[in-house]
Design a protein around this ligand. Structure first.
Ligand SMILES: [Zn+2]
Length: 483
């Protein structure tokens, strides 16, 4: 296949033309993931999995810094266990996959493939926890879960996906609430620092909370098409699960009490978020901190370049790697430099380094930023420091750009006509007063398709009357259409 043909194959639908097709094109052409023969299940390809590994490492580090440890619980949950917490089973029943047979024997009790692990973990905690001295329990697990989905979308909603789920038990209600908000804070800081993705941290309304939780909090991000995406959740479970799973302990005053629990999770959906927040018409733009390759080096093949250019390129590569950078040296002979530029642009590598015979004579290289496409002739002397600096600049500028986009696509209003017109026409958040009633929330959803993404923590007083019923507003809520 000639370069020309390949360039044609690599072409993607422009983002501005059809966001949804652009999203799928980018994932498949950049080889992040692919559809599989199993309906609703995806294959995460090595380039996509490398992004997940980087996310995992930096989240896992944060979990450990906040005192958590990792463990592993079975993926099968007996039906009787899942059914113990009424709200929990009601919430998950339509989505669970059942195992009814092992080998050629029908099982006496059906098993579900975990949609989440509160039930199986609860049973174990009731065995392990006897005294206040056993608390807090701060366990996380990195696993796959299965939720039978009718409509699926690569990374955003698939029948099987990868995630982490934290499950903690505390002595007091206050400690559980503190943990719930602490992990919400960890998620927010992770999303903003590592993914360059600004998020609103807030509380979910009663109708949007997790099945079985007392309170659910989320971080919400705004995608490039103006729709919101729930990017992580943290739940205060109160004593709902400890009562049904009998997680009891002897308290300091010798009384017997039920434990106070939390759970929290983030998933491979974040990869979808990164694609949709930062990408452009040419494809992916990866924040340097989660880019499998932060720098791609393209040698210019003139004359006997394998003898003249390549040794310099290899030296630069090992210097960059010496600083802990992730570098790809693309010295393939079968592709032209122009083809490689387009290919690695599409795959979102933050910085390109071009080096040819003329550069070597001038003791410089050409650096090209993926985010701004700026070309920066850069002296060889001090090159590594400059690359490190530029990657930090790119990370920051992607965040700033996303913050500006969100500001441009957030409208505050107390006027219902403006509220409706904005949700119908211009995508993004509409911040408007709400009275707190689930009826008003449901009516707004029916009329506009927008839901309350979350309610700000420590909100100021509402800016006016409820946008739906006109009664006293309780809080200004973030409304948006969402994934
Ligand atoms: Zn109302």
């Amino acid at each position: 296949m000639s370069d020309k043909d390949t360039a044609f194959v690599k072409e993607i639908t422009p983002r501005s033309e059809d966001f949804s097709r652009w999203y799928t094109d980018v994932i498949r052409r950049a080889e992040l993931a692919d559809y599989s023969p199993v309906k609703g299940c995806m294959v995460i390809r090595p380039y996509g999995y490398a992004i997940w590994e980087l996310m995992q490492q930096s989240l896992d580090r944060r979990f450990k810094e906040t005192g958590h440890v990792n463990a592993y619980f079975p993926m099968f949950i007996p039906e009787s266990l899942l059914k113990k917490e009424a709200a929990h089973v009601e919430g998950f029943a339509p989505q669970v996959a059942w195992v009814t047979q092992g080998g050629d024997e029908k099982l006496e009790e059906r098993l579900v493939v975990r949609p989440t692990s509160e039930a199986i973990i609860g049973v174990m905690y009731s065995k392990w926890i006897q005294s206040w001295r056993d608390l807090p329990v701060l366990i996380n697990q990195w696993v796959n879960v299965v939720r039978w989905e009718k409509v699926t979308r690569l990374f955003l909603r698939t029948t099987e996906f990868l995630w982490q789920e934290g499950h903690t038990v505390h002595e007091t209600e206050a400690e559980a609430q503190e943990e719930t908000l602490k992990m919400l804070g960890v998620y927010k800081e992770f999303a903003e620092t590592e993914l360059a993705m600004p998020v609103h941290a807030g509380e979910k309304t009663e109708s949007e909370k997790f099945a079985g939780a007392v309170k659910t909090y989320s971080i919400e991000a705004l995608m490039g098409d103006g729709r919101a995406l729930q990017a992580g959740t943290s739940h205060n479970l109160g004593q709902n699960f400890s009562k049904v799973f009998d997680i009891k302990f002897q308290a300091r005053d010798k009384s017997v009490q039920y434990g106070w629990q939390t759970s929290w999770g983030m998933s491979t959906r974040l990869i979808g978020a990164v694609i949709m927040v930062h990408g452009d018409d040419s494809g992916l733009i990866l924040p340097p901190r989660v880019a499998p390759y932060q720098v791609v080096m393209v040698p210019i093949p003139r004359g006997d370049w394998r003898e003249t250019v390549l040794p310099h390129a290899e030296r630069i590569k090992s210097e960059l790697e010496g600083q802990g950078l992730r570098v790809m040296l693309d010295d393939r002979e079968e592709h032209s430099p122009g083809w490689k530029y387009a290919e690695w642009e599409m795959r979102g590598v933050p910085l390109r380094l071009e080096i040819g015979p003329r550069d070597i004579k001038n003791e410089q290289v050409m650096l090209v930023r993926r985010d701004t496409r700026e070309k920066l002739p850069t002296p060889m002397a001090g090159l590594t420091e400059r690359v490190v600096e530029l990657l930090q600049e790119i990370q920051q500028s992607l965040f700033d750009r996303a913050v500006a986009f969100r500001a441009e696509h957030t409208l505050q209003t107390t006027d219902r006509a403006e509220f409706d017109a904005t949700l119908a026409g211009r995508p993004g958040y509409v911040v408007a007063p709400w009275c707190g009633s689930a009826d008003c929330e449901a009516q707004i959803k029916t009329a506009t398709q927008a839901t309350i993404r979350n309610l700000p923590l420590d909100p100021p007083p509402a800016s006016g009357a409820c946008i739906q019923c006109g009664k006293a507003g309780q809080v200004d809520a973030y409304f948006a259409k969402s994934y």
